[in-house]
Design a protein around this ligand. Structure first.
Ligand code: FES
Length: 479
């Protein structure tokens, strides 16, 4: 029988955690939010993407440096350390850098002195110890982590494989990807890094649909998104020509039509004839002082921490701030999991959802804008708000709000890396949240890659807001 507690060592002390979660969440639930430091200023970093895509949660675990703790299951006896921040870090160095930071532009540590080789080597040898990216593995730890090489104990390694030409290939099994698959004539293959189709909000919507306290019907936009997902799943049942590779993600594209894919253990290569890119968007927190404070996260990270890792939030006060679909989904999910919600709505609209929030007794504020978020020690954050200049009616006053953590919701940044690598015509489009195909309209783009292979970009990857699918796909699905 597995134990319902595990003990790990952090900072020389033993801490007790629940099993079946990630190391990052085990630490979080014990009040540890600082997991790493930024390279340049040595500023504290905590869980950011919760998806294995950034460097914020890198720690030294059992003598191995740079372990992504948001993707590492907690295990009995683990020894976890914050990585060395370098001999010169600490308040004095941060002060110097904050005064003279403009002399050290972003990425200076790898952009300067790249030639000649001897100077580059010297520079890197000097700069590396300052950045705090960890020491080399302990010899014993490194050996233990290598796959077994002896004949008695063969390592379980499946060779990388070429999957061949996958024809019409859809990356992303969220609502847009599923709708595109259903609309396609003939066989398609869908790849998604989740283990179930439905996208990164499906599990959160599912939990909410089961909740007896925070009923999904109270929130019209959430109920209709859930209904749409159910319809898509129903329609999929009749389609044996739609093939899924779940738990797999595309990690690189190479021209003209090649992809590198990976699952938990292996790398694969493949090609495609037509690519449908429906990989969604990434969290962006917006520009405000303190947007990098540990304990300030985006909604997609919140869904992973709550749903995948089961982050305990019962009785915790959570600030949910912003606008749009994710504001309501993350607030409702947190409430369903027992958190007390302080909701700050920054855009007008969603009147029925606002009424539901009031009925549910959430602390709700409008007419203010975020000024900054600071850490308050003991695992708390404090947000300061100022009146929104354009708000009509009586003047609003400043507000300070303390919470265990904050979820900042707004438009995500379209995921664009692979289409970019394949040569798609992308441009920076502020109104769509970042780089998106030139000519994307209503969350949909159809065109060609440089050598003639077809590419469609759909949904949030083409700048659509979540919960509001591309009209063209919707029509096809319902016909
Ligand atoms: S990789 Fe772990 S938080 Fe981003």
């Amino acid at each position: 029988m597995s134990s319902n507690k595990v003990t790990i060592k952090f900072g020389g002390k033993s801490i007790t955690c629940r099993p079946d979660t990630s190391l990052a969440v085990a630490l979080w639930e014990n009040g540890v939010r600082h997991l790493s430091h930024s390279h340049k200023y040595g500023k504290p970093r905590g869980v950011n993407c919760a998806r294995g895509h950034c460097t914020s949660c890198l720690m030294r675990v059992d003598g191995i440096p740079n372990v992504r703790t948001c993707h590492t299951p907690v295990q009995e006896g683990m020894v976890v350390e914050i990585q060395d921040a370098g001999a010169f870090y600490g308040p004095p160095m941060q002060k110097i850098l904050s005064i003279g930071g403009h002399l050290f532009p972003v990425g200076f540590y790898y952009k300067w002195f790249t030639k000649p080789a001897v100077l580059s080597r010297f520079f890197l040898d000097q700069i590396r110890p300052l950045t705090g990216v960890g020491r080399l593995p302990d010899p014993s730890a490194a050996v233990a982590d290598l796959p077994a090489a002896s004949a008695e104990q063969p390592a379980e390694i499946i060779p990388s494989a070429n999957l061949g030409n996958l024809g019409t290939l859809i990356i992303g099994a969220g609502p847009s990807g599923l709708a595109a698959a259903l609309a396609a004539n003939g066989p398609v293959t869908i790849i998604d890094d989740h283990l179930q189709p439905g996208g990164q909000r499906a599990s959160a919507l599912g939990t909410l649909a089961q909740s007896t306290t925070t009923k999904i019907e109270r929130f019209g936009i959430l109920a209709s998104a859930h209904k749409r997902l159910k319809t898509l799943h129903e329609d999929l049942k009749d389609r044996s020509d739609i093939h899924f590779h779940l738990g797999m993600r595309a990690i690189a594209g190479y021209r003209p039509n090649g992809l590198v894919l990976r699952d938990e253990h292996n790398l694969f290569t493949s090609t495609f004839t037509n690519l449908i890119w429906a990989a969604g968007a990434l969290d962006t927190l917006g520009l405000f002082p303190g947007n990098d404070t540990p304990g300030v996260i985006g909604p997609r990270a919140a869904y992973r921490l709550l749903q995948r890792d089961g982050l305990k939030v019962e009785g915790k006060r959570v600030l949910v701030l912003g606008c749009g679909f994710d504001l309501w989904l993350s607030a409702a999910l947190l409430a369903a999991r027992g958190a007390s919600i302080s909701l700050v709505v920054t855009e007008p609209g969603n009147n029925s959802e606002v009424s539901a929030a009031v009925d549910l007794g959430w602390q709700l504020t409008t007419g203010l804008q975020l000024s900054e978020i600071r850490e308050q020690g003991l695992g708390l954050v404090e947000a300061t708000f100022v009146p929104r200049a354009s708000t009509p009616g009586p003047a609003h006053s400043h507000m300070r709000l303390k919470a265990d953590f904050a979820v900042i919701c707004g438009r995500g940044k379209p995921a664009y890396d692979i289409p970019y690598q394949l040569g798609a015509d992308l441009t920076a489009q502020t109104e769509l949240g970042g780089y998106a195909p030139r000519g994307a309209k209503n969350g949909s783009f159809s065109g060609q890659l440089p050598n003639g292979h077809g590419i469609q970009v759909l949904g949030e990857a083409a700048g659509a807001l979540p919960g509001y699918p591309a009209a063209s796909n919707e029509k096809k699905v319902s016909s």
